[in-house]
Design a protein. Structure first.
Length: 281
């Protein structure tokens, strides 16, 4: 690969890809066709060459669309899957080989997790630990205290979507921030993403104090994601890619944001996992 073909060093740690021909779960939205090439081209204009593909809730545990995208460019991107707790080892190993490094529980969307959450987490935990995978959580801020106990008991790395749900109404919520601090102290990560899901309007200045507080709390365990293609918006009203970086840049400064986009993401998605077939603890 020539230097001209080498992906830029930045990481966007929260995007979705959609195939309009793929079946979706009822009761939620019907996605437009949003292939990997579209977000690669857009992200590259902002110094981002690596993506973390997050399984959309509308596809449930059928990770086929994400898998095809990951397998098209082996090793370049990473993925976060949604799995049935009864998934077999062969399927998990295929996901790992394709670049999946975690699973996601969605506690917000209408088509999100519908099973016994605690039972499913603890059933999957030994196999996630064996692969060095993390658990990504999309939740409302009121659910944060439940995670503190689960993180401690499972020994898994937790990644908190969309600023851990710490919206504009949470600034004065001591219970929410105490839970976030306990999770951070236990090794959790937080994702700077989904600003429009947090009760703020562009340019999201109202979230800057929360971003700064969370960044100080989680330290080097902070990553950023654009949340492309912004399924909360009509197709003709999508936020620009650059606008999703503005709140993080304003809150953290250019140098700290550069570390988030490059060093932090590499640590989480490239350097902290095992490969299938190795001796597992």
């Amino acid at each position: 690969m020539s230097s001209a073909d080498t992906p830029a060093a930045g990481w966007d740690c929260h995007v979705h890809v959609f195939d309009a021909s793929a079946p979706v779960r009822p009761g939620h939205y019907h996605p437009a066709h949003r292939p990997l090439a579209d977000i690669e081209q857009l992200a590259s204009q902002h110094g981002v060459g690596h993506l973390v593909l997050v399984q959309p809730s509308v596809y449930g545990t059928d990770n086929a669309v994400m898998l095809r995208a990951l397998e098209a460019e082996p090793g370049r991107h990473r993925g976060v899957a949604v799995v049935d707790p009864a998934i077999d080892e062969r399927q998990l190993d295929r996901l790992h080989q394709a670049g999946v490094r975690g699973i996601r529980f969605n506690l917000v969307s209408p088509a999100g997790h519908a099973g016994d959450l605690e039972a499913d987490l603890f059933r999957l935990a030994p196999r996630l630990r064996a692969r060095g995978w993390h658990v990504q959580w999309y939740l409302n801020v009121g659910a944060l205290p439940r995670l503190v106990h689960w993180q401690r008991q499972t020994g898994l790395r937790f990644v908190l979507d969309h600023l851990a749900g710490l919206d504009t109404l949470s600034a004065a919520d001591p219970l929410a921030w105490a839970a976030a601090q306990a999770l951070a102290d236990g090794g959790a990560w937080v994702k700077l993403s989904g600003w429009y899901r947090l009760g703020a309007a562009a340019p999201y200045a109202a979230l800057q104090p929360n971003i700064q507080r969370a960044a100080a709390m989680f330290g080097a365990r902070v990553v950023w994601g654009s949340d492309w293609p912004h399924t909360s918006f009509a197709a003709d009203q999508l936020p620009s890619y650059a606008s999703t970086l503005v709140p993080a840049r304003a809150a953290l400064g250019e140098a700290a944001l550069a570390a988030v986009l490059r060093l932090h993401a590499r640590s989480l998605y490239l350097e902290s996992t095992l490969s299938p077939g190795v001796d597992r603890p």
